[in-house]
Design a protein around this ligand. Structure first.
Ligand SMILES: *[C@@H]1O[C@H](CO)[C@@H](O)[C@H](O)[C@H]1NC(C)=O
Ligand SMILES: *[C@@H]1O[C@H](CO)[C@@H](O)[C@H](O)[C@H]1NC(C)=O
Ligand SMILES: *[C@@H]1O[C@H](CO)[C@@H](O)[C@H](O)[C@H]1NC(C)=O
Ligand SMILES: *[C@@H]1O[C@H](CO)[C@@H](O)[C@H](O)[C@H]1NC(C)=O
Length: 420
């Protein structure tokens, strides 16, 4: 069902009614109903289980053993379906013990008064997650290169993984290097690197500068992945993400030629279509560059933000600021736009036969309105008196404190890597 095209067709039908009239009236009625209730119809469909079951790991299609796997998940257990439980033994590391957390994510150091957000553990309904074993992970990465590629949320997951691993490596045997769009953590004795690469759209875009990238007028170049992709070659394990940067409206600018062209050939396409184009391009790159017998590729689904308290029945003007409790409604989802994108990914991954493991972190993270950095982050631009008077106005409800929720994403990654 495509409401936009049906709306143009329905208006022409109404303008030129020709016999048999009742048929056109009927069709027009259907179109109007579609337009009026399109949102609700997609809602209803969203409730049904349209997502193919195998999207969390389409590789199950082939019965072959996946690289790095050492066991199997408990039969039929969906590790992404579960609940958060209080755990005194958390966090898995202390903020002070991990020197790699950037000042945007060190919430305690930046004055966050509460610590409860560090104590929740994800408990799948059908099984338990294997406990994270840093030694096993490092042994597995011996002589290998692991890469996180995407936006700042993926950078958070990268930092979290480094924090989970670094404690078992002595100081002289590890290093972190920042090089333009990359961050590279090296475990010297393991000859292993874990890297982060900034590519908020995965494809070539006008936001590719790792420092100066706050572009409001975002443009992505159609199909162009090799500019970045050539620097990912040789990776053994890749974790991709891309979502937030696409969310700048219903339509998105796609460049056909090159960014160097004098007259740029730019097309506006619906955001979902642009996103699908990116997913197709990414899958094509994986097919050409990653050997399914030796490598693993993961894709993290979108990271939810908590910008509007009214979405969870809170203050009409509030956001995640001062939230210290979880959302308890297991059906909570937040705003509707994300569902289409999520569905687009689900469909594309299940239609392709490229082995990519879907890290379905969206639903479980959407309960965590308590876990964002809010105002407890380093501010690059000094706050104005108006902002200081109204903390809600500058609270960050997108990024997550470390240690915290994103450590769970890595426990899920660990689980899918070793027990797919
Ligand atoms: C992601 O996980 C949630 C919670 O289990 C589930 O409702 C949803 O269908 C999953 N989405 C996809 C695309 O697999
Ligand atoms: C962690 O993994 C290492 C290497 O495989 C193993 O020797 C060790 O027993 C594991 N630790 C735990 C607590 O399972
Ligand atoms: C270290 O790992 C790289 C791959 O990341 C490999 O090419 C190289 O041969 C390894 N060096 C040693 C000494 O094992
Ligand atoms: C992007 O490229 C694909 C494949 O070359 C093409 O089918 C599509 O029409 C292009 N999109 C735009 C907006 O130019």
């Amino acid at each position: 069902m495509k409401p936009p095209s049906s709306s143009s067709r329905s208006s022409s039908v109404v303008r030129k009614p020709r016999p048999p009239l009742h048929l056109f009236t009927f069709l027009a009625l259907i179109f109007f109903v579609t337009i009026l209730y399109g949102q609700d119809i997609s809602c209803i469909f969203g409730q049904l289980d349209l997502y193919p079951k195998q999207t969390d790991s389409i590789t199950k299609k082939g019965r072959e053993k996946l690289p790095y796997s050492i066991g199997e998940a408990e039969r039929g257990c969906d590790i992404f379906s579960g609940r958060w439980v209080w755990d005194e033994a958390r966090p898995l590391y202390e903020e002070d013990d991990c020197p790699y957390i950037p000042a945007q994510l060190t919430c305690q150091k930046n004055g966050r008064p509460d610590k409860e957000y560090q104590h929740w553990r994800w408990q799948p309904h059908g099984c338990s997650l294997p406990s994270f074993n840093a030694t096993l992970m490092l042994e597995t990465l011996r002589g290998k290169r692991m890469m996180f590629i995407g936006d700042s949320l993926n950078r958070g997951q990268f930092i979290s993984l480094v924090c989970l691993l670094h404690k078992v490596i002595p100081d002289h045997a590890k290093s972190m290097v920042l090089a333009d769009s990359k961050r590279i953590f090296t475990a010297k004795e393991y000859n292993a690197t874990i890297e982060y690469y900034w590519a908020p759209f995965l494809l070539e875009s006008n936001s590719d500068n790792a420092i100066v990238h706050r572009v409001t007028d975002r443009i992505v170049r159609n199909g162009s992945i090799d500019k970045h992709g050539q620097r990912w070659k040789g990776a053994d394990i890749i974790v991709f993400n891309t979502y937030l940067w696409w969310m700048s409206g219903d339509n998105f600018k796609i460049l056909r030629g090159s960014f160097d062209d004098k007259k740029k050939d730019i097309f506006m396409v619906p955001t979902e279509e642009a996103y699908r184009m990116a997913m197709r391009t990414m899958l094509g790159w994986i097919k050409q560059n990653m050997d399914p017998k030796k490598t693993r590729v993961f894709f993290s689904s979108m990271s939810p933000s908590h910008e509007k308290s009214k979405e969870w029945g809170g203050d009409p003007n509030g956001n995640c600021y001062k939230e210290t409790m979880l959302i308890e409604d297991p059906k909570y989802w937040g705003s509707n736009t994300r569902r289409n994108i999520m569905q687009a990914i689900g469909e594309m991954f299940s239609e392709s036969n490229i082995p990519i493991t879907f890290l379905n972190i969206t639903q479980l993270s959407s309960y965590r309105k308590d876990a964002h950095t809010t105002i407890y982050k380093k501010q690059w631009v000094p706050l104005t008196p108006e902002q200081i008077a109204n903390p809600i106005s500058y609270a960050d409800c997108v990024h997550w404190c470390l240690p915290g929720m994103q450590d769970t994403w890595n426990e899920l990654l660990f689980s899918k890597l070793f027990y797919p």
